[in-house]
Design a protein around this ligand. Structure first.
Ligand code: FEO
Length: 399
């Protein structure tokens, strides 16, 4: 894409990544891609805000060079040091030898750790300002959103918040970068939710603190480092992030996420009775087969729904491994504050329930019940499953 002017002399100079299969080596983006947004301000002094992933350095350099002579670039603002935004740093320093690299103290330390860079760098502090001429930058320290060095950069005259990963989303930018140009805004919000739960959610408390901090400033445009630039309705993405962040500590939406794994369909057959009971109670539910569904796509439901039904058999005296993987990712991402129930089959030994109990304890879930059965579920087992599912559904409606 060509550079896009988002305000006079302020340009989007990002790149699209449609070739990476797993973002961070973990999260599937092969069906949607991702953008690495960077921004350039032309003024008496010029400033580049964030960079790109190393593999896209050539594309990125071409974007910026179309607007400024890199050998005359004055500043590079490093909001965040994760290599999807700093990977072009080494090459850029070669091409822009006069440019001073600015970041919070931990970002400057990471420049040495990642790229062995120690010269022509400068530590900035929270609320410090930098005049470029007609534009004034204000640096807002927003630690742990989602690394300890992260900050946001605010342009006072234009009320633009360059928020880096915060308010970001999966999804390459298909020819347009603004929220008011996007033809499927609900789809973009779903991409933002998956991104939030995959990348940012573990630091939800810090997200709320960051939102408090930036809310002291009027915001006309939210310009993150991934996904859409929000100029028509910047409040929309801020409010969504705020709502999702609150789910870390407050009840989420009424609804049940059903995770199931099954070897010979004994657990699955019994689970079908549970689904009927939850549906009959009028409670929304989403069902995921953990053997085939990547946790990346499970996390949005887990995060936003109050209830969780884990349905899987015992395997080798422990829990079905694909379920352990899904729940372990949920644990890493801090999926707490859930009403949870377990059901599953065992053959010659139990074990899955004990593993489930461990997740309940560590994640502070509220257990609603459990049903285990030997082999296939019998009539009394099915009645127990139905009763437990109904209790789970009713508890979820009560919040
Ligand atoms: Fe988009 Fe945390 O880097």
């Amino acid at each position: 894409m060509l550079p896009i002017e988002i305000r006079p002399d302020i340009f989007w100079v990002g790149v699209n990544d449609r070739s990476t299969g797993l973002f961070e080596g973990l999260w599937p983006i092969d069906n949607c891609g991702i953008s690495y947004n960077a921004y350039l301000i032309r003024d008496e002094k010029s400033a580049l805000i964030d960079l790109s992933k190393e593999a896209f350095t050539d594309d990125f350099i071409r974007q910026v060079s179309a607007l400024v002579d890199l050998s005359e670039l004055d500043y590079v603002i490093i909001n965040h040091m994760e290599p999807d935004h700093s990977g072009a740093l080494t090459r850029l320093r070669e091409l822009a030898p006069k440019a001073k690299f600015l970041g919070m103290a931990k970002a400057i330390a990471m420049m040495k750790d990642f790229y062995d860079v120690t010269e022509n760098v400068e530590v900035v502090k929270h609320d410090q300002t930098l005049s470029l001429g007609r534009h004034t930058l204000r640096f807002l320290f927003t630690p742990l959103v989602h690394w300890p060095e992260t900050m946001m950069t605010y342009v006072e005259e234009d009320q633009i918040l360059f928020s880096c990963d915060a308010f970001g989303a999966y999804g390459a930018l298909d020819g347009a970068i603004f929220d008011d140009e996007h033809r499927d805004l609900l789809g973009a919000e779903q991409d933002a939710l998956r991104y939030y739960t995959n990348i940012v959610a573990a630091y939800s408390k810090n997200v709320l603190q960051a939102i408090d901090k930036v809310s002291a400033h009027p915001i006309a445009i939210v310009a993150p480092s991934h996904g859409l630039v929000w100029r028509k309705d910047p409040d929309r993405i801020i409010k969504l992030y705020q709502q999702w962040a609150k789910y870390a500590t407050e009840p989420a939406e009424p609804g049940v996420t059903v995770l199931y794994g099954t070897m010979y369909r004994n657990t699955e057959r019994a689970m079908n009775y549970a689904l009927q009971s939850i549906h009959a109670a009028g409670v929304p539910l989403e069902v995921f087969n953990v053997s085939v569904e990547d946790p990346s796509y499970i996390l949005p439901s887990l995060w936003t729904k109050r209830g969780l039904l884990v349905a899987c058999p015992t395997y080798e005296r422990a829990m079905f491994p694909a379920m352990v993987h899904a729940l372990s990712i949920a644990e890493i991402k801090g999926v707490k504050n859930k009403l949870a129930a377990y059901m599953g089959s065992w053959a010659w030994s139990g074990g899955a329930k004990a593993v489930f109990d461990g997740f309940v304890e560590r994640l502070n879930w509220q257990p609603v019940g459990s049903v285990e059965f030997n082999g296939s579920a019998k009539e009394t087992d099915i009645q127990s499953v139905q009763q437990m599912a109904q209790q789970l559904a009713e508890a979820c409606m009560q919040g």
